[in-house]
Design a protein around this ligand. Sequence first.
Ligand code: SF4
Length: 130
Amino acid sequence: MNSSEIISGAKEELICIICPIGCSLEVYRDSDDIHVKGALCPKGIEYAKQEFLDPRRVVMTVVRVKNGDLPVVSVKTSVPVLKKCINDIMMITASIEVVAPVEIGQVIARDICGANIVATREVKKINNCD
Ligand code: SF4
């Protein structure tokens, strides 16, 4: 849902994750203004508006590895992506297989929903004796 699709009066309840206090926030649109209740500081207001208008997440998953000492490698998006892109990213990463060795930070796939998919751990190549 983008900002133009949010109808006036739409309301959302959130927990602020910016600091350990975890304020309970209520965010809603009243004509052209976005209002936030319950935030103890401006960071919570900014967080609530971002979540209301343009929610994004870093996506973490795994990708299959061929000839590795592990069958999969953990990966994540290089930047937070739109929540509506999460399914696409999961489908694409499920179809990928990389060949070992894999280095931490290695780019596994480029420019998917505006992010790269990068490895978050190392997978060594196994030595096949046959
Ligand atoms: S609104 Fe401010 S004080 Fe409350 S949880 Fe968020 S960052 Fe912390």
